[in-house]
Design a protein around this ligand. Structure first.
Ligand SMILES: Cc1ncc(COP(=O)(O)O)c(C=O)c1O
Length: 450
């Protein structure tokens, strides 16, 4: 019996508390010991079943222990687990080609593989600086790009604060991206005016920052962890136009929104834009083996034909990870995952809109594909948020905890509840679990709104 199989749930929990640093938490924090996972579910050691309604951290797009991905992993492990980046391997070569094709082989050319999302953004930033010879990176306040030092500096939410303890990061500049609900506008009605205003502000900021020293604008194609913030119509196209006007590269962070999540393989494909660099991770392997990377346009790729790419990682293009990536991309295509996501959106979106009508605590629902979030409010009329951005104390963990207690596992931040189940979820599974959310929102109405 494997050593790990000899541990009870209590052993796992205690060892975790004693020896593991908890991400974004206190050392010694308690964590549910999870024993196994399959499809949209995972189970703790007492046999309690959780429906994974956030795809963990929006990464298990193809569900847990998807047999096609597991088979690819086992098959590759038997042949060769790892080969250094200087060598070519079949999984790495093929996955790069598949990614370029999914992005559009008319415009994109090459892939630099990384270990995860943060270092994908780090390397995209380095590439943009090398290509343009400029240093500044503009990114949104309402954003998250990863927790390594550079990606942290680029991130806009509070998770960057610890990285700034040595002083403000030079050459990282933030701008406010629109959040229609929180800014007091109505999506679909005020889009044109808000888009014009935000783009005007951004152009002013570009000019005040010196456009000749701005290498890139880095944006999540659709802001994810900060609450699935859908940009007003024309906004992303306007940012692309500003990039073109000032010779700035546009980097779209697809780490969370990519790989079918919005019903398109990449979320930027919902807009009339083509970013110069696309960063990805999560759904490329659904986390079975960590993998990330940067897809570069033909123009950016051409630059590195006569300039050395000053980027490198021991595990770049990790063989096992790329083999899972090939299987995942094949799965997305052969099982028509994007079409399925659009069908499931037809259930999720109207349900969430109904929650806005029904519950005092739900201010707004945003949903594209299976990428959705609710904004939780104290007062719907004034749009007073349940927890404002700067709040030290929040009742949101109680609401997320109540969902989890009832087997509906998801995450929320500040004042949002994210609903992003595996893209393989069936209509029956959605219809089984969405009523749990409805019940908990009713519970929150009573507890926090009256
Ligand atoms: C949009 C976005 N970019 C980057 C990252 C960082 O990815 P990783 O945690 O794999 O480094 C995340 C993580 O959630 C993300 O949501």
């Amino acid at each position: 019996m494997a050593l790990t199989d000899q541990l009870s749930g209590e052993d796992v929990k205690q060892l975790h508390e004693q020896y593991v640093f908890q991400s974004w938490g206190l050392a010694g924090s308690s964590a549910i010991p999870v024993q196994r996972a399959e499809g949209i579910y995972f189970w703790d050691y007492d046999g309690k079943r959780y429906a994974d309604m956030s795809s963990l951290l929006v990464c298990s797009n193809l569900g847990h222990n998807n047999p096609e991905l597991v088979a690819a992993l086992k098959e590759q492990a038997d042949k060769m687990c790892f080969m250094a980046p200087a060598y070519a391997s079949a999984p790495k070569s093929l996955l790069a080609k598949m990614l370029v094709e999914v992005a559009g082989a008319d415009f994109y050319q090459r892939v630099f593989f990384t270990n995860a999302g943060a270092d994908a953004n780090e390397n995209a930033i380095k590439m943009a600086r090398m290509v343009t010879g400029r240093s500044k990176i503009l990114s949104c306040y309402r954003s998250y790009h990863g927790a390594t030092l550079g990606a942290s500096f680029a991130s806009g939410d509070w998770r960057r604060f610890a990285s700034e303890m040595g002083g403000e990061a030079p050459s990282f500049v933030h701008f406010m991206n629109p959040n229609m609900y929180e800014d007091g506008y109505t999506r679909g009605v005020d889009d044109e005016a808000v888009t014009a205003m935000c783009l005007h502000r951004l152009e002013e900021q570009i000019c005040y920052e010196n456009p000749d020293n701005i290498a890139a604008i880095l944006m999540e194609s659709i802001v994810g962890a900060n609450g699935v913030i859908l940009p007003p119509a024309g906004y992303m196209e306007g940012v692309r136009a500003l990039c073109d006007k000032y010779g700035i590269l546009m980097i779209c962070d697809e780490v969370m929104a990519g790989f079918g999540r919005t019903g398109k393989m990449f979320a930027w494909q919902n807009f009339d834009i083509k970013p110069d660099l696309i960063t990805f991770a999560k759904g490329v392997t659904c986390g079975y083996v960590p993998l990330g990377g940067v897809i570069a346009s033909k123009a950016v790729s051409a630059y590195f034909e006569d300039h050395v790419l000053q980027c490198g990682l021991t595990y770049s293009g990790h063989t096992l990870a790329c083999a899972v990536g090939v299987a995942a991309l094949t799965y997305y295509r052969e099982h028509k995952v994007c079409e399925h996501v659009k069908e499931m959106e037809g259930i999720l979106k109207p349900f969430l809109e109904k929650m806005v009508e029904k519950h005092d605590c739900v201010g707004e629902a945003r949903c594209i594909g299976l990428f959705a979030a609710l904004t939780i409010v104290k007062d719907k009329k004034t749009r007073e948020l349940m927890a404002p951005y700067h709040a030290r104390e929040s009742v949101m963990p109680q609401i997320i905890g109540e969902l989890k207690r009832r087997g509906f596992s998801t995450f929320g931040r500040e004042t949002n509840i994210n609903v992003c189940p595996p893209l393989t979820i069936t209509a029956d599974e959605l219809n089984e679990w969405l009523p749990v959310l409805d019940d908990v929102l009713g519970w929150a109405d009573e507890k926090f709104c009256h």
